[in-house]
Design a protein around this ligand. Sequence first.
Ligand SMILES: *Cc1c(COP(=O)(O)O)cnc(C)c1O
Length: 433
Amino acid sequence: MENILNSFSNIDSQNIAQAANNYGTPVYVYDETAILQRCKEALEMPNAYGLTVRYAMKANSNRSVLKTISAAGLHIDASSLNEVMRAHMAEIPYNNIMLTTQEIYEGADRLIFEEMLRSGLSYSVCSLRQLGIILDMESAEQYEIGIRIHPGVGSGESITRNTGDEYACFGVHLMDIEEAVNLASQRGVLFKYVHVHIGSGGDPLVWQQNIDNELSIIKKYFPHAETVNFGGGLKVARMPDEKAADINELGQYAKMRIEEFFADTGRKLKMEIEPGTYIMANSGYAVTRVIDKKRTALLDFVIIDGSMEINSRPLLYGSRHPIYIIAADGSHVKSSDWGDIPGDFEAVVAGRCCESGDCQTLDSEGKPIPRSMVEPDIGDIAVIGGTGAYCSAMTPFNYNSHTQIAELMLTSQGTLEIIRRRQTLAQMLENEV
Ligand SMILES: *Cc1c(COP(=O)(O)O)cnc(C)c1O
């Protein structure tokens, strides 16, 4: 159909124009049907003795998004005390939340944290210091405590997203595991689960190898572990030439290995995964307006009214995102990086921040790379795809004093609903003294 953006979305050019015209640009639009479909796929991942899927909420922590995902049956992976609070405010019980963090809680925060543990929060110990704090708690042995292992090998779409290699510092390193296990058992604390997250958007083969690695670590050091958590990092294809991880294939492999582990040890391990990107990346769109066109002796530029402050991933990582050009009245998609609507105009898509890197089409060195499209008219809508994860949640949104933008949900009933209002200038300034 001419007005559908791509084959995996339920959003068409009319929905986009409605979002832009009724709520103003730039604005995020999430596709609830796509979110629910991704949740279903994750929950159907093959497994041997049970599967819990935890949504890594740092990818997108909007309350409506959390509610949609938790109603679909996913639990939560939180990265900070505030994330746990936000999840709880979205009516998710502590029993369904696991906290894996670099934070250290002192003073009032420690009391809040301990109250959460008492209420059923699961906690992945990520350092010896964190372990010491747990072991100092009076009822430590009654809490749901696991451990995140630093395996020494990882994989990510860029160096900055590899969380498992020796250049990153997440989890308790293999070198320190024996010490951690001994300290904990002296105090009667048995690690109930073992957790590894090797990075985001990395090589599915390394993800698969980690399954073997983690199971052998459990066999060697963790006689009481009941659950193996393989982390997040399932790769998605934002662009048509990218290859997504095959969740079914990875699940088949995990199932086989966990069954072998049972044959070998008599222990039936439950499995957990923690997708963030997989659930949200291709379920969200950033809707912007073409406000200007310029050129240099070298390049054509299309200027849109939101770029690095609504999607900083190209600038941070050289990530590529699809761009859809849509007629201002929403009547049709003029060009799309997905599907066969060719364009004969080559342009760099740039934003409105005073920063030469404020482009949506950059390579990993930060060099602007023109993209093929149909030449847009001023006032046309430019949609940046693949922006449901790590965009709203991870942008420098007040840079150049641009206010944080609104978020909309296209519900599975087909209605467009506002799930976060645009920040006002007054709100941006309210804490200045
Ligand atoms: C970020 C993170 C995830 C999610 O990673 P994705 O690549 O978005 O799937 C999962 N687990 C932990 C511990 C994380 O820090």
